[in-house]
Ligand binder design. Structure first.
Ligand SMILES: [Zn+2]
Length: 346
C-alpha cells in the first residue's frame, strides 16, 4: 500500500482507488493543490499503479491494480521521470508558459505511443501556464478521448485555467497545507459580511453596507494596533525625554503601526478571498465542497453560488487578486476598496 504514503491526502487516494476498482479512469484529471511536489508525486503514483509489474493489490472487479510496489523496473522509471509512456510537460520559454509547440509534440508522440502500450499518460505541470493557443489546441484532444490516453493536469491556480478545460476534467482537490490561520475576530466579521452579501441579493445599495462593514472592521483593527503599539513604545514610558528622541520614537511608532495595519488588512482580504474561493468551488462542483475553508458558512456560500454563473464566481477571485496588487501601491485605500466591492458579484 504505497498510496498510504500520502496520509494527508486520504480523500484523494480513496477516490483514486475506488475508480480503479470500478475500472472507471477518467481520461482528463485535474489536481488542484498548494504543493507542486506533492501533486507531482501523486501523479507519478497514479501512473505507477497502472504500470506496476508487481502490484500489491488488484481489483477482482476490474482486474486493475489498486496500488503499486515502488520497486519494480516500471515503478522506478516512472519515479525518475524516464518511463517512455509517461510524459511530463513543464512550462518552457522565457516567460514560463506551455507553448502550442509543446502541446503539438505531445499530441503527436502520444499518437505513436498508444499503439505500443496500454496507457499513455501525460502529466502537465503548472497547467495554468498554458498559453491561450496551446489551451485551445489541448482542448481539442480533451474533447476526443482516445482509450488508454490519460491526462493529468496539475495546478496551484485553477482560476487561471480556461473554463472549457476545467469543465472537462475530473477534479481532485488536495488538502491545503499552507492555509493561513484566520483569527476569531476576522472569522466573526466574515460571517456578518457573508450575511449582508446574501441579504443584498445583488442590490447595488447594499454594496455600501458591505463597504461600511469592511471599513468598520479595518478601523477596529487599526485602533487595536495603535493602542497596543503605543503602550509598548518608549514614548509612553519616558515622558520627560528630549524632544529629538520623542520625535524619533513617534516616527518609529507610526511606521510600525502602518506595517502592522497592512499585515492585518492583508489577512482580512485573504479571509474574504478564501470565502470567494469556497463559493467558486461550490459552483464548479455543483455542491458544497467538503474542502471549503469555511464550513460554518455553508448556507451563505450555497446561497451566493446559486445565483452566480461560474464565470462570475471566477471573476470575483480575479478581482480580489487585483485589489491586493492595487493596495500594495500607494493608492487611496477607501477608494480602492469601494471600487473592489462595486465590482464583485453577489
Ligand atoms: Zn511496481
Amino acid at each position: 500500500m504505497l498510496l498510504s504514503s500520502f496520509p494527508h491526502q486520504q480523500r484523494i487516494t480513496n477516490t483514486l482507488q475506488k475508480s480503479l476498482e470500478a475500472g472507471k479512469i477518467s481520461h482528463a484529471n485535474l489536481f488542484i493543490g498548494a504543493d507542486e511536489n506533492e501533486m507531482e508525486t501523486m501523479a507519478a503514483a497514479f501512473a505507477q499503479i497502472l504500470y506496476c509489474q508487481n502490484p500489491p493489490s488488484r481489483s477482482p472487479q476490474s482486474g486493475l491494480p489498486t496500488d503499486f510496489c515502488g520497486e519494480c523496473h516500471n515503478c522506478q522509471l516512472i519515479a525518475q521521470k524516464k518511463h517512455p509512456s509517461v510524459q511530463w510537460i513543464y512550462p518552457e520559454s522565457k516567460i514560463r508558459v506551455i507553448t502550442t509547440d509543446q502541446i503539438r509534440k505531445l499530441i503527436q508522440s502520444s499518437q505513436l505511443k498508444s499503439l505500443s502500450s496500454n496507457y499513455d499518460i501525460n502529466i502537465l505541470c503548472s497547467a495554468d501556464r498554458l498559453n491561450i493557443q496551446a489551451a485551445n489546441a489541448f482542448l481539442k484532444t480533451l474533447e476526443e478521448p482516445v482509450p488508454g490516453k490519460i491526462f493529468i493536469l496539475l495546478t496551484r491556480d485553477p482560476e487561471k485555467i480556461i473554463p472549457t478545460i476545467l469543465s472537462r476534467c475530473r477534479r481532485f482537490i488536495f488538502e491545503g497545507i499552507n492555509r493561513p490561520v484566520i483569527d476569531s475576530s476576522t472569522a466573526n466579521w466574515l460571517s456578518s459580511f457573508a450575511q449582508i452579501a446574501v441579504a443584498s441579493q445583488g442590490r447595488l445599495l447594499s454594496r455600501y453596507t458591505l463597504l461600511d462593514s469592511l471599513l468598520g472592521q479595518l478601523a477596529i483593527q487599526q485602533n487595536i494596533i495603535e493602542t497596543e503599539l503605543k503602550a509598548q513604545s518608549p514614548l509612553s514610558k519616558y515622558t520627560e525625554a528630549e524632544e529629538s528622541s520623542r520625535e524619533r520614537w513617534e516616527k518609529e511608532l507610526q511606521a510600525s503601526v502602518s506595517s502592522e495595519y497592512r499585515r492585518c488588512r492583508a489577512n482580512l482580504l485573504s479571509a474574504l478571498e478564501l470565502w470567494l474561493r469556497d463559493i467558486w468551488l461550490t459552483k464548479i462542483n455543483n455542491s458544497f465542497s467538503e474542502l471549503s475553508y469555511f464550513p460554518d458558512l455553508q448556507n451563505h456560500t450555497e446561497a451566493i453560488a446559486a445565483h452566480l454563473s461560474e464565470e462570475q464566481a471566477l471573476q470575483n477571485l480575479k478581482i480580489v487578486n487585483k485589489t491586493f496588487k492595487i493596495l500594495d501601491t500607494n493608492v487611496q485605500e477607501s477608494l480602492a476598496l469601494e471600487v473592489f466591492l462595486l465590482k464583485l458579484s453577489f
